[in-house]
Each structure stands twice: as C-alpha cells, then as structure tokens.
Design a protein around this ligand. Structure first.
Ligand code: HEM
Ligand SMILES: *[C@@H]1O[C@H](CO)[C@@H](O)[C@H](O)[C@H]1NC(C)=O
Length: 469
C-alpha cells in the first residue's frame, strides 16, 4: 500500500517537473507574445481579395500604407499576408534574413514553368543554378553579343517602319524573345526559333488561365505545348552533346548549364531555359513600351536622349572605325541610362514580389507567423514622396545622384535579385540608340490607362505610328 502510494507520488512528481520544464521552455515564456502587424483580415477565406481587385492594386496598397504604416497585414486569395513597404523591411526580407523567407508561387504556375526552375528554390540547388545563370549574363559574357543584339534590333525596327502599330508591346515581345534566345543558345538558335516561338506562345496563353487540365481547355493546350518545348530542348541538347563542343565555344546560358561538372538533368535544364525566357521577355518588353510612352510625352527628354545618341553615332563615324555598337558605347550613354532607371521607378512593372515565412519571424516588434506570405511592395517604395519627391513626375535627372540602398528595387535585391539586369539594360539601350537616331513616333489614342497582365502596361499595349526620319 505504502509502496503504491510512493509510486504514485513519484509519478506525480515527474508529472509536475514535466509541466514545469514545459512551461519554462515554452516559446511564449521565453519571449513575450508579439502582436501581429496592424491591419484587417477582411472576410473569412476571400479576405480582402475583392477590395484588391476592384480597384487599381496600387491604390489599395497606398491607402493601407497611409492608414497602417509601412508594415501591415491583410488577407488575399485565401492567404494571410504581411505587406512591407519600407527600404529597411525590404532589406530584412530580401537580403539579411532571406533564408527565413522562401519564394512562393501558385502550384499551377510552377507546373507550367517547371518545378525545377530557379525562382522556386532556396539553398544549395538555388545557389548552384544562380552561379550558372550569372556566369552567362555577367558583363564579360554578354559584351560579345552587342552586335548580334544590334542586328536583331535593326530587324525589329525595320519590320515596324512606316506602320501604324496597334500594340507596341506585342512587337517588342518579339524583340525581347529573340534577344533571349540569342543569349540562351547563341547563334545556333536561328534554326529552332520558329518552333520555340510557336510553342512558347501557346504555353503563355495558359499561364493566366484556370488550371483545369481537360481536353480543350487553355491550360491543357498549354501543358501540351510545354511538353513539346521540352522535346525541342532535348533535341538541341542531344545535338550539342554529339558535337562534343566544350563550353568555351558556347559562352551562352545553355553552354553554362551543360558545362557544369556537377551535371544538371535534361529536365532541370529545360525547366530553367523556359523559366529564363519567361523572366526575360515580358519584363523587358513592357519597360521598353513605357520608355516609348514617356519619351513621347516628354519632348525635352526625348531631345536630350536623341542628342546623346547622335553624339555616340558621330564619334563612331569620326573615328572611322566599325559602325557597329560596342559594349563601351553602351557604357557611354548616361542620360539614356537614367531614362531607363526613371522608367523602372515610375512604371514599377513588378509592383511587388512574394515570399513565405519559413518559421515565426520577429520584425519591428511584430510577429510574422510561419506560413504567412510576405510581400515587399516595390511600387510603394518607389512612389514614396519621402524617398522620391513628387513621385508621379517623370524626371530622369533625379538619378544624377545614386539612390539610397534598398530604395530602388526594380531588379530586386539579395539572394533572388535579377541576374539578367545587365542584359535587360543592354538590349534596351541598343534599341533606343537606333529608335531615337533614325525614327520619329507619335502616340495614338488616349494614353492614361494602365492594364495589368500581370505586368503594368500602358492601355492596349500603346498604339503608335513610327516613321523613318
Ligand atoms: C527590365 C527587365 C527586367 C526586370 C524589371 C526584372 C526584374 C526582376 C526582379 C525584380 C527579380 C527578383 C524577383 C524576386 O525577388 O522575387 C528578377 C528575378 C529574375 N530575373 Fe529579372 N528582370 C528583368 C529582365 C530579366 C532578363 C532579361 C532575364 C534573363 C536574361 C531575367 C532573369 C531573371 C531570373 C532568372 C530571375 C530569378 C532569379 C532567382 O530567383 O535567383 N530578368 N527579375
Ligand atoms: C541591396 O542591399 C545591400 C545591403 O543592404 C545594399 O548595400 C545595396 O545597396 C542594396 N541594393 C539596392 C539595389 O538597393
């Protein structure tokens, strides 16, 4: 009896110690429970999705920032999220604590681009891919492509000459696509260009469709085009392997992927090639479209850019050297470069990006719970009157002084920042050189609307008329 009693006492003791230890070690005790950021979550499930889509998303975000400050919570498309719009918070999420915030995309987008594409990953696989992509797009690799890019630009402009262009964006997509293929495959691309283009254009039609994989749906057609793209890429890989060319001869992205001694599978290569085309084309084409609009609306800026470009042209003629543009020429276009920066700021074609907290994270006295989405709002940072006075005004001279860290995030920052930014700037400069020195254009129709699809774009893709000077 006594034995039984003491056994019970021992169990009670162990139980009490267990409770005590649990209490002492509980995260709630170690740090006081932090509040969530301010803001409202809206209706259950739908949250504030309706408010977001019923108006210009930037108006929605801006009114929230005004009400709650640079960090607030909301609830869109079934996900609770924290929006951030200060340079400090952007630095925290994208740069210093990037390992705590993983990229996140809807599953249907992952399936379409390919699960192994660089954007979806963190850690070792991501840094390996990133090294290979950066190698192909760093200045030393793309400087040899300037004259090939120039001939693509001249062909594009020639095809538009003297025409009424219903949708400038659509035409510039072709330009950006051709430059992307050149940087991926080198000159080998020409023979695959039409096949790749046909499949890619079917694929993208399904990108924003309902992800229903039944015969006849856009999604189904686009998944089929996706498979065909993989087959074309497999043929290209096969041919290159047979030729046993080393990557020295191929300073392009495909060479970089294939030359890696750690070895990527064909599927990994295909997912990443399609991913890079996706990242490179509509972004660059929409920035170019915005530049054509802003130059059309600001005659004094256009005149200054034209003078700068004519000076580049004259200096080449005088030196008697080749008339083709060089990498050095493109580094000698400071005013045009500021026009690109200011366009990236005003248009902020990627209004924000998506991350997800991989654990509970504390920031600025608030709790960001594990699993919540975190959205750095690039556009709100770029349109903050404290950082950029008169933010709606197009004024390239503001970039005569370099912007402060993490205030100008058109290409992101940190672990996932844009590895293609040098190529993007290069192809924009080359096209602008010929556009401003050889052509005049006029904007057609009303120009004030913006459409989102998903990148911010002038209404109807900016109809223009283009004439040779
Ligand atoms: C003006 C045109 C462009 C803009 C504004 C732009 C912007 C961006 C931004 C903001 C990111 C980071 C997104 C994030 O952190 O979530 C990004 C990532 C990326 N961009 Fe660009 N981009 C442009 C053109 C290009 C081009 C031409 C290429 C390829 C040649 C490219 C390839 C990529 C890739 C592969 C990533 C993913 C990097 C990673 O996850 O590590 N981009 N881009
Ligand atoms: C990215 O973050 C680093 C560290 O804060 C900073 O030095 C750099 O200027 C930032 N880059 C941009 C484009 O703001």
């Amino acid at each position: 009896m006594v034995q039984l009693f003491s056994l019970a006492l021992i169990f009670l003791f162990i139980y009490l110690v267990h409770i005590l230890v649990k209490f002492l070690l509980s995260p709630d005790r170690r740090r006081p429970k932090l509040p969530l950021p301010p803001g409202t979550l809206g209706w259950p499930y739908v949250g504030e999705t309706f408010q977001l889509y019923s108006q210009n998303p930037n108006v929605f975000f801006a009114s929230k920032v005004e009400r709650y400050g640079p960090i607030f919570k909301t609830h869109i498309l079934g996900c609770p999220c924290v929006m951030i719009s200060s340079p400090e918070a952007a630095k925290f999420v994208l740069v210093t604590k990037s390992h705590l915030f993983k990229p996140t995309f809807p599953a249907s987008k992952e399936r379409m681009l390919g699960k192994q594409a660089i954007f979806f990953h963190q850690g070792q696989y991501h840094s390996k891919l990133r090294k290979l992509v950066l190698r192909a797009f760093m200045p030393d690799s793309i400087r040899s492509k300037v004259s090939d890019i120039e001939s693509i630009a001249l062909d594009s402009l020639k095809s538009l000459e003297g025409r009424s262009i219903d949708n400038t964006f659509l035409e510039l997509k072709t330009y950006a696509f051709n430059v992307a293929l050149l940087s991926i495959f080198g000159k080998d691309e020409i023979k695959y260009r039409e096949d790749l283009k046909r499949c890619y254009y079917i694929l993208e039609k399904g990108y924003n469709s309902m992800p229903i994989n039944l015969p006849g749906t856009l999604f189904h057609k686009s998944m089929k085009a996706r498979r065909e793209l993989s087959q074309i890429l497999a043929r290209i890989l096969h041919t290159r392997r047979q030729m046993k060319l080393d990557d020295q001869q191929h300073p392009d992205l495909l060479g970089s992927f294939m030359g890696d001694k750690e070895g990527l599978t064909d599927e990994q290569i295909a997912d990443n090639i399609i991913g890079v085309i996706f990242a490179a084309r509509d972004t660059t084409a929409s920035v170019l479209t915005w530049i054509i609009k802003f130059l059309g609306e600001n005659p004094s800026v256009l005149e200054a850019v034209t003078e700068e470009q004519e000076a580049v042209m004259r200096s080449k003629e005088e030196s008697g050297k080749e008339r083709l543009l060089t990498w050095e020429d493109t580094k000698n276009m400071p005013l045009t470069s500021r026009v690109i920066q200011e366009t990236l700021r005003v248009a902020s074609i990627l209004s924000f990006t998506f991350r997800e907290a991989v654990e509970d994270v504390e920031y600025g006295g608030y709790l960001i719970p594990k699993g919540w989405k975190v959205l750095p709002l690039f556009r709100n940072i770029h349109h903050s009157p404290e950082l950029f006075p008169e933010p709606e005004k197009f004024d390239p001279s503001r970039f005569e002084v370099a912007p402060k860290p993490n205030t100008f995030l058109a290409f992101g920052n940190g672990t996932h920042s844009c590895p293609g930014n040098e190529l993007a700037k290069l192809e924009i400069l080359v096209l602008l050189h010929h556009l401003t020195t050889k052509y005049r254009w006029s904007l057609m129709g009303s120009q004030n609307g913006i459409q989102y699809g998903p990148f911010a774009l002038p209404q109807n893709g900016l109809p223009i008329k283009l004439f040779r000077k």
